[in-house]
Design a protein around this ligand. Structure first.
Ligand SMILES: *Cc1c(COP(=O)(O)O)cnc(C)c1O
Ligand SMILES: [Zn+2]
Length: 447
């Protein structure tokens, strides 16, 4: 891992070697979230966008292995995580009076959410550490992802979720063979419990923003967005595989005579649903990596969207607080995946928005629910409430006049609608029951 320089505390800036600490900054205890520091010169010397363009997309996130904190020869799980589709969404754009909107469908990951990107990393790191058992606290999706990825390599997972987690997610944990403990409390309670349990039993802990490697897995979505926008801009009429290989030449062909033009394109703004803040921190890290490598020339503005009933980061952003000044808030929203009273990755999450000139916005549960069928009917992507919140946030940003109509906008759809049918069904009416004959159909159809 000589491309990784170390781990830096997001509170005090102290740096540690990777084998010096396991999870957090010793000076700051469980709040001392660490950020992985890379040797960009070393990475640049052996990896390039042109090489990337020739790397098969069915490797998913492992196409970016030279940019990830894993040993080059570490075995990776067989499930295909990442390289999820980025769909142009012209009808959503038109609804909002915008020109360029894309949705990235992370619901097509193996366990149907964005969390697979992090859990894939967790499984590799657990095996590097020689662990037999991995554990996590979760609102549901992180645990489903860990259970699935662990099953793919024969590791045992132990899961702590609030007893109120949606049944589809608990079904995933159980079917993948994880040991499931339903915590009589909130996600925040489950998180604290897992810290104690993992220390007591010596299990490998995947907890978001306690384990510094989870945002590194999540950053791969930012890489994909830039690659996918680049390829699409140049070869939009080809099939994906054709456009992708021919993209390899154009990465180089587009450089000016000094070789200075950045090879990849960026969106102007990215909308991210935020609970703990690990996804948004990871997205920020991904773009920062590309900027440091000189592969892009500007940072997109990052927009953090929270449910009004769980909006500790919106408050902190509005009040100018630092992450370590935040205190636990009540968390109550239908969007269970973004329900977090004290967002665990708050330092990275605030930096993502502050350093890019983005904004934090709140959306109501009703706005979230309303967004589910709108996204589905205008793109064909069925989202769970947390994912739909990102689009509800775009609607809000347009209403507030924060978005220029010409901007290139990406909305991250982080999880499949099949995760939470109960919420989805609140947005539609029950279909009529019809007798199995033509007359009955005619009556129902009113013809
Ligand atoms: C976890 C999750 C989020 C929020 O990610 P954080 O890293 O907790 O901010 C958003 N959407 C879905 C579907 C999720 O599972
Ligand atoms: Zn520290």
């Amino acid at each position: 891992m000589d491309h990784v320089l170390g781990l830096k505390c997001t509170i005090c800036g102290a740096e540690y070697a990777v084998d010096e600490v396991s999870y957090v900054c010793p000076k700051h205890g469980d709040d001392g979230i660490l950020d992985v520091v890379y040797d960009y010169a070393a990475i640049k010397a052996r990896f390039s966008p042109a090489q990337l363009a020739h790397t098969p997309t069915d490797m998913g996130i492992w196409r970016y292995k030279p940019l990830l904190p894993v040993a080059p020869d570490s075995p990776v799980p067989p499930l295909r995580v990442g390289w999820t589709p980025l769909y142009a969404a012209p009808r959503l754009a038109e609804l909002l009076g915008l020109k360029n909107v894309w949705v990235k469908d992370d619901g097509v990951n193996p366990t149907a959410s964005f969390k697979d990107r992090a859990s894939a990393l967790a499984v590799v790191k657990a095996r590097e550490a020689g662990a037999q058992i991995v554990t996590t606290a979760s609102t549901g999706n992180a645990a489903a992802a860990l259970a699935g990825l662990a099953a793919s390599v024969g590791l045992q997972a132990v899961i702590f979720v609030p007893k109120t987690a949606p049944p589809a997610k608990i079904a995933q944990h159980l079917i993948y063979g994880a040991r499931v403990l339903l915590v009589d409390g909130t996600y925040d309670d489950a998180f604290e419990l897992t810290l104690k349990v993992a220390k007591e039993f010596g299990w490998y802990n995947r907890n978001t923003a306690y384990n510094p490697y989870m945002s590194e897995g999540k950053k791969t979505a930012a890489y994909e967005i830039c690659e996918q926008l680049t390829v699409r801009a140049r070869h939009f009429s080809f099939s994906l595989s054709q456009e992708y290989t021919s993209g390899a030449q154009s990465y180089l062909g587009d450089r000016d005579s000094f070789g200075n033009a950045p090879p990849l394109q960026t969106p102007d703004r990215v909308f991210v649903p935020v609970g703990d803040g690990c996804i948004i921190g990871g997205i920020y890290k991904g773009f920062r990596d590309l900027l440091a490598l000189g592969w892009i020339d500007a940072m997109p503005k990052i927009m953090g969207i929270q449910a009004a009933g769980s909006s500790a980061l919106v408050d902190a952003w509005e009040r100018g607080l630092q992450g370590w000044e935040m205190t636990p808030q009540p968390a109550d929203t239908i969007a269970d995946s973004i329900s977090a009273g004290l967002p665990r990755d708050r330092n990275k999450a605030l930096a993502a928005v502050r350093e890019t000139g983005g904004a934090y916005l709140r959306v109501s549960d009703q706005e979230i629910l309303d967004a589910i069928p709108v996204i589905a009917r205008n793109t064909g992507v069925f989202s769970e409430p947390a994912a739909a919140a990102a689009y509800a946030g775009l609607v809000k940003a347009v209403q507030k006049g924060l978005v220029d109509p010409a901007e290139r906008i990406v909305v991250l759809l982080t999880g499949s609608g099949l995760k939470d049918i109960g919420s989805a069904m609140k947005t539609v009416t029950q279909p009529p029951i019809v007798a199995p004959n033509l007359e009955a159909v005619k009556t129902v159809m009113g013809v």
